[in-house]
Design a protein around this ligand. Structure first.
Ligand code: DI6
Ligand code: FE
Length: 407
C-alpha cells in the first residue's frame, strides 16, 4: 500500500453514514481535497514520521453537516411579530395583514448589500461552529429581479469568502409582492419569463423552489415555475404540505424534484408519489416548533416507503430564527421521534442528496470530499441528545481545516 497522502487522523472512531457503517479505533487519510484511505488503525502501513498525524483523542469523526434548507439572507427582524403571535395573532393572520414575509421583503429590499452580507455571514459562522460544512441559501425576500439578484449574488460571494460550500436556490415564488396584489398569475408569469431567465443566465441559482400553499402559490402556478426551471436546466425543490395539503409533493415528484420540504400535512398518497422519484423528504422541526404546530409529518409512512429523510434549519426570520443544526438534531428526535441514527443520516448524507451532491459529500468514503468533523464524544447519539455544548474539536472542508475549538 502506498503512503500517498497529505495528512492522517488516527485514534478515532468513524461514523461513515455509508455502507461501511461505524469503524472503531480507525484511521483516515486525506490527499488534497479527498479521502484516500480509511480503515482499522492496525492495517495502516508503517508511517512516514514527517507526515502530519492528528490524534483524534478517541472521539468520533462524522461527515460535516449539510444544512439543505435555509433562507439566511434577509433584512430586519420579526421580533415584534413574534410578540404579536404571543398575544394571539396567527402566522396566517399576520401574513394576510401585510406583515409576515412581506415585512421581511420590505426590509430586504431596503437593506444595503453590505448589511445583508454581514448578517448572513454571522448566521453562517454560527453554523460553522456546529460543524456545518455545506449550506443551501434561498432567495425569496426580494420578489423582484434586482432584489432577488442582490441576495443571490451575496450568497455567491459568501460561497467564496466563507469556508462552507454554498448552494443557491431561486425562490421567486415565495410570496405575492404588493405590486401584484390580487394577480398571482401575473406575478408567476414575471417569475417565469423575466426573473428566472435572467438568474439562470447569470448562473446565480443551482436550483429553483416555490412555496405551494394557501398563503403562497397554487399547484398549477407551481407547475409553471417548474416548467420554466426545467427549460433552463435547473433542478427543482418545493415547500409543500406545510400548513395544508394541496398535493404539491405529487407535482414535485413528477418533476423529479430534489426534495419536498416541511410536509407536516403530507398524506400516504403523497408519500407514495415521492417514493419512486428519488425525492428527499426534508423535515424542518424548527418551523414546526416555532409555529407550535401540532400536526406531525408522517414519519412512519416515510419510513415504511423508504423515502430518505433530511433535516435542516430553515433559518428564516418568520418561522425558524434558529441558526443551529444541533438544535434541529435534538428536535427531530424529541418532536418528530427520529432515532439518533436517522437524525444523523438526515443531517449528512440525506441533506447532500437533497442538494444533488451525494456523489461528492455527505458521507465518509474513499474518493469523496474530505468534509469532516471531529467530535469529542463517546457516542454519535450525543450530538442529538444534549444541547448547548459544542464538542466540535476540528472541522475540515475539502481537506482544509476551517474550524473547531482545537485551533
Ligand atoms: N415556509 C416557511 O416556513 C418560511 N417560508 C416558507 O415558505 C417562512 C418565511 C417567513 O415567514 O418569512
Ligand atoms: Fe423554508
Amino acid at each position: 500500500m502506498s503512503t500517498d497522502w497529505d495528512w492522517l487522523v488516527v485514534n478515532v472512531n468513524i461514523a461513515t453514514m455509508d455502507d461501511a457503517g461505524e469503524l472503531r479505533d480507525a484511521a483516515l487519510a486525506v490527499k488534497g481535497e479527498r479521502i484516500v484511505w480509511m480503515g482499522q488503525k492496525r492495517d495502516l502501513p508503517a508511517l512516514d514520521t514527517l507526515l502530519p498525524v492528528i490524534d483524534g483523542g478517541g472521539g468520533w469523526l462524522l461527515p460535516g453537516f449539510v444544512d439543505c434548507h435555509t433562507h439566511l439572507i434577509y433584512g430586519g427582524s420579526r421580533a415584534k411579530e413574534f410578540a404579536a403571535r404571543l398575544e394571539g395573532a396567527s402566522y396566517q393572520d399576520i401574513a394576510k395583514a401585510g406583515g409576515g414575509i412581506m415585512s421581511t421583503v420590505r426590509a430586504t429590499r431596503d437593506a444595503s448589500e453590505e448589511s445583508l452580507y454581514h448578517s448572513a455571514r454571522a448566521r453562517l459562522r454560527a453554523l460553522l461552529d456546529e460543524g456545518v460544512t455545506t449550506v443551501e441559501i434561498k432567495s425569496g425576500y426580494g420578489l423582484e429581479l434586482e432584489s432577488e439578484r442582490k441576495c443571490l449574488r451575496i450568497a455567491r460571494v459568501l460561497g467564496h469568502q466563507m469556508p462552507q460550500r454554498i448552494r443557491t436556490t431561486f425562490l421567486g415564488a415565495h410570496a405575492l409582492p404588493a405590486e401584484f396584489k390580487d394577480d398571482a398569475d401575473a406575478y408567476i408569469e414575471t417569475v417565469c419569463s423575466e426573473m428566472l431567465p435572467a438568474i439562470a443566465r447569470e448562473q446565480l441559482a443551482d436550483a429553483v423552489d416555490a412555496f405551494c400553499e394557501g398563503v403562497g402559490f397554487s399547484v398549477s402556478q407551481t407547475q409553471r415555475v417548474f416548467e420554466a426551471a426545467k427549460a433552463h436546466g435547473l433542478p427543482v425543490k418545493l415547500h409543500a404540505e406545510q400548513l395544508s395539503n394541496l398535493g404539491g409533493s405529487a407535482l414535485a415528484a413528477r418533476f423529479q424534484a430534489l426534495s419536498v420540504d416541511h410536509l407536516e400535512h403530507l398524506d400516504e398518497a403523497g408519500v407514495k408519489a415521492i417514493k419512486d422519484s428519488g425525492t428527499v423528504a426534508v423535515l424542518l422541526p424548527g418551523a414546526f416548533y416555532f409555529l407550535r404546530e401540532t400536526q406531525l409529518p408522517p414519519i412512519a409512512l416515510l419510513r415504511q416507503y423508504q423515502v430518505p429523510m433530511a433535516v435542516a434549519t430553515d433559518i428564516n426570520p418568520g418561522t425558524s430564527p434558529l441558526a443551529s443544526m444541533l438544535l434541529m438534531l435534538n428536535m427531530s428526535c424529541t418532536l418528530f421521534r427520529l432515532t439518533p441514527k436517522e437524525a444523523l443520516l438526515a443531517a449528512t448524507l440525506n441533506g447532500a442528496k437533497a442538494l444533488g451532491m451525494a456523489d461528492q459529500i455527505g458521507s465518509i468514503k474513499v474518493g469523496k470530499q474530505a468534509d469532516l468533523a471531529l467530535w469529542a464524544i463517546d457516542d454519535p447519539a450525543e450530538l442529538c441528545y444534549q444541547f448547548g455544548v459544542r464538542p466540535l474539536q476540528q472541522l475540515w472542508v475539502a481537506g482544509r481545516e476551517v474550524g473547531g475549538i482545537r485551533r
